[in-house]
Design a protein around this ligand. Structure first.
Ligand SMILES: NC(=O)c1ccc[n+]([C@@H]2O[C@H](COP(=O)([O-])OP(=O)(O)OC[C@H]3O[C@@H](n4cnc5c(N)ncnc54)[C@H](O)[C@@H]3O)[C@@H](O)[C@H]2O)c1
Length: 440
């Protein structure tokens, strides 16, 4: 099948390369010249494990090409919309300019038998509006919504072997054809018995936003609990283990820490609240604003824990060298959009600390946003001379640190584990003041 993918960011570039890897012929389109030049040369504009490999093989096979010329979408049977839907500059709502521009640019190149497939995360009602836009232009092309559930850091495997497929399709004579087309696109996953949910457009849009809202709620719930365990000297990790044995609750996403971030969860729950308010149903999801507030509070909480850790080794924060371990919003990614780690580094900077940060992949993206941020080239460099260490992104190499070796590098032995991933006993045995999030 010939497929076009419009938007070559974290979602679109992976989707395009993965579709080509699965045997489709793919034309991937973006308005960013620099990004297209990089991708055409087989270089990835961001860090994503496994992407360089499938990019290289797909380009070499001739099945994948990149362009800034939207007219080359003509002739594809399926057109995936994978452009960004960031938070608006002046409100919590999603900024729909990129989706609107992409569809407007695509319309003149559509044939009547084509299927436009939305992948971006959008406010409910967008798909119906875009279908109307296409119809009003005089094109008979159909539209479906196929939300994406990939996790950065695992995007390639999540795209090739998704845990479920959701097709939002409008009722009517084109419905069966749209489902057949999507089944052909995802033939490999379907052969592997991936569950497929076929539903209406609005439900498909809502599935994505409901899933992200649920995950955000789980994370903020355990973080709220950890504020209470902190107050009474209880242990949030043991609490999470104990409640997690209940199958109705489950243990995943119950790790207390500095909270969620990235280009999806924070802006998605805010956009959901904004959309629900437009629909007159604001109170139904008002709890999500509380989840957002709990989440933001963790970043200030971690900065305060660093302040306390500095005091415990008799260092004023204003003269403390603070080693920040991590800048990406999660390990195995270089994405610093709404990153808790970057936020903590900036907060500590603002409090007057001498901050030096290190991330195996996200130093560059972080400095691009905040050129004044001081970063170290290596893990040893960031640790050398530190008065306080704060682990904010749980990269495996941070978890594997040997406290005895670190003790030989730092000026003072104090560490804040803002992800609750370190062995407190080992660090204390090496002479460190050890501070976790809601655990002794
Ligand atoms: N990143 C994820 O993990 C993830 C997961 C699931 C869903 N999503 C959703 O997917 C969408 C894209 O997210 P992302 O993280 O890839 O964003 P991104 O910012 O990394 O990429 C968006 C891309 O779209 C391009 N673009 C903007 N306007 C365009 C236009 N008119 N024509 C062609 N290209 C255009 C941009 O240049 C950019 O390369 C969002 O709605 C997001 O919520 C993202």
């Amino acid at each position: 099948m010939r497929i076009s993918v419009i938007g070559c960011g974290y979602l679109g570039a992976v989707h395009a390369a993965a579709m080509a890897d699965l045997g489709h012929e793919v034309i991937a389109i973006d308005v960013d010249d620099a990004k297209i030049a990089l991708l055409s040369a087989g270089k990835t504009p961001f860090y994503e494990p496994g992407l360089p490999e499938i990019l290289t093989t797909s380009l070499a096979s001739g099945r994948l090409s990149f362009t800034t010329d939207i007219s080359l979408a003509k002739g594809s049977n399926v057109h995936f919309i994978a452009v960004g839907t960031p938070q608006s500059a002046d409100s919590n709502a999603a900024d729909m300019r990129f989706v609107n521009a992409a569809v407007t640019a695509l319309i003149p190149h559509l044939s009547d038998s084509d299927l436009v497939v939305g992948k971006s995360t959008v406010p409910v009602g967008t798909a119906a509006r875009l279908q109307e836009m296409i119809a009003t232009s005089g094109s008979a092309a159909a539209l479906a919504w196929n939300p994406e559930f990939l996790r950065e850091g695992h995007a390639v495997t999540d795209t090739i072997s998704p845990d479920r497929l959701v097709y939002g399709v409008a009722p009517g004579p084109r419905k069966d054809a749209a489902v057949s087309t999507l089944n052909a696109v995802y033939a490999t996953a379907i052969a592997a018995e991936t569950p497929v949910v076929v539903t209406d457009l609005a439900t498909a849009e809502l599935v994505k936003i409901a899933a992200n809202s649920f995950l955000a709620t789980k994370i903020s719930f355990i973080n709220a609990m950890s504020e209470i365990t902190d107050a009474v000297g209880a242990n949030i990790t043991e609490l999470a283990d104990a409640i997690g044995y209940d199958n109705r609750i489950g243990r995943r996403f119950l790790n207390a820490g500095v909270g969620f971030g990235g280009g999806c969860l924070p802006k998605d729950i805010r956009a959901f609240v904004a959309r629900a308010e437009e629909l007159g149903r604001g109170e139904s999801v008002a709890f999500l604003s509380e989840m957002d507030a709990i989440n933001k509070r963790q970043r200030t909480r971690v900065a305060n824990l660093v302040l306390g850790a500095a005091a415990s080794v008799d260092v004023e924060l204003t003269s403390a060298r603070v080693a920040v371990l991590g800048l990406a919003f999660k390990p195995l990614s270089d994405d610093v959009r709404d990153s808790p780690a970057l936020d903590v580094a900036l907060k500590l900077n603002a409090l007057g600390a001498d901050v030096i940060a290190y991330d195996p992949e996200a130093n560059g993206p972080a400095r691009l946003r905040f050129p004044a941020l001081v970063t170290a080239e290596t893990l040893d460099e960031v640790l050398t001379g530190a008065d306080v260490i704060v682990l904010v992104t749980e990269w495996p190499e941070f978890i594997a640190l040997d406290p005895e070796r670190v003790a030989g590098l730092v000026s003072h032995r104090a560490i804040v584990d803002a992800r609750n991933v370190l062995d407190a006993d080992r660090w204390r045995a090496a002479g460190f003041t050890f501070v976790g999030m809601g655990r002794p």
